[in-house]
Design a protein around this ligand. Structure first.
Ligand SMILES: Cc1cc2nc3c(=O)[nH]c(=O)nc-3n(C[C@H](O)[C@H](O)[C@H](O)COP(=O)(O)OP(=O)(O)OC[C@H]3O[C@@H](n4cnc5c(N)ncnc54)[C@H](O)[C@@H]3O)c2cc1C
Length: 312
């Protein structure tokens, strides 16, 4: 049967699993649609030894490593995975592949608040993660814009204050309790009520926030709380169990409820950073290899029993 493992998604999670499996002398292929989540950012941080590298260069290095050990990459989008012949058939937009086991590492989509200007500056001076960008925008005049992800955004507003003394929270359409407001104000954050009309951009940089009543508040950086939507259609299509939060559930190695199907990275873990997504891919790779080993031994035992029966 084709490959030992087909991996859908060639970001930090998928490539880390692939390298581990290729070095374990497993036949592995990565299908990758080529749209990693952090592509809009110029630099990456918090990946030990790779500080400041471009997201594209990190993945190019991963692809080179994989090729060195005989792993394959196909630039294609996996469309569906089905059980077939004791393994899996993976349909993609350039054909079909078969494998004994699969790993889904397709990441998530950031659904941004529908505020004009946000999408245009996303990944530059409109950001969501203070751990990824906070240091680079330290001491700037920061806006935190309310969106659909209420708990994330309220937490974010108090969190980013750690990187700047000048933080303004625009609740926009978030209705705050008195206690939530009190806690933000006590933290030294100014709250400006009213509907946000748009982000102001001047000379290719965020310059302020304009409210629907025409008030303009000068700002240099905007934080937003996107809705995190997992790209998990391949997993739910296979019938993988989903938790109460609506996300596919996995054990510590990335094993889903469907035998032979693993998942790693942002597709099952929205807070995962690059290095944690890579680590999850590596753990999944080891677990997949052990799964294949058990299958190999089962087959060998069955073959030995046939020989013994014939010999007897
Ligand atoms: C703007 C921004 C900046 C960030 N900066 C940092 C940072 O500095 N440091 C940090 O640690 N984290 C950062 N992150 C978070 C980081 O992007 C994630 O932790 C990381 O991308 C998760 O890796 P992943 O492999 O799970 O998913 P991804 O990197 O998103 O990779 C998934 C891959 O799967 C592909 N794919 C999706 N569906 C399919 C399919 N059906 N078939 C085939 N391929 C498919 C995608 O095209 C993509 O190439 C940032 C995020 C954003 C939004």
């Amino acid at each position: 049967m084709g490959y030992d493992v087909v991996i859908a998604g060639g970001g930090a999670a998928g490539l880390s699993a692939a390298v581990l499996l290729a070095r374990s002398r497993r036949g592995v292929v990565v299908l990758d649609a080529g749209e990693p989540r952090n592509a809009p950012a110029a630099h990456l941080h918090n990946f030990l030894s790779r500080d400041g590298m471009s997201p594209a260069d990190l993945l190019a290095a991963g692809r080179d490593e994989l090729a060195r050990y005989g792993g394959e990459i196909v630039s294609a989008r996996a469309l569906a995975i089905e059980r077939a012949d004791g393994g899996f058939a993976v349909r993609h937009d350039g054909g079909d592949l078969n494998a004994r086991a699969v790993l889904v590492a397709t990441g998530l989509r950031d659904e941004l608040p529908a505020i004009p200007g946000v999408r245009e500056r996303w990944g530059a001076d409109v950001v969501h993660c203070p751990y990824c960008h906070g240091y680079e925008v330290r001491d700037t005049a920061i806006a935190v814009l309310g969106g659909d992800n209420r708990p994330f955004t309220l937490h974010q507003a108090s969190l980013v204050r750690q990187w700047s003394d000048d933080v303004v929270f625009f609740p926009h359409r978030i209705v705050m309790t008195d206690e939530e407001r009190e806690r933000l104000v006590a933290r030294g954050i100014r709250v400006v009520d009213g509907e946000v009309a748009r982000l102001l951009v001047d000379g290719g940089r965020v310059s302020g926030v304009e409210l629907a009543d025409g008030t303009a508040v000068p700002r240099e950086t905007a934080f937003v709380g996107p809705r995190f939507v997992p790209d998990d259609g391949l997993l739910t299509g296979l019938g993988c169990a989903v938790g109460e939060n609506g996300w596919v559930t996995v054990d510590g190695s990335g094993r889903t409820s469907v035998p032979g199907v693993w998942a790693a990275g942002n597709v099952v873990d929205s807070p995962a950073q690059l290095i944690t997504a890579a680590a999850a891919g590596s753990s999944a790779g080891i677990a997949l290899n052990h799964h294949l080993l058990a299958l190999d031994i089962d087959s060998a035992v069955a073959a030995c029993r046939v020989v013994s029966t014939v010999d007897a």
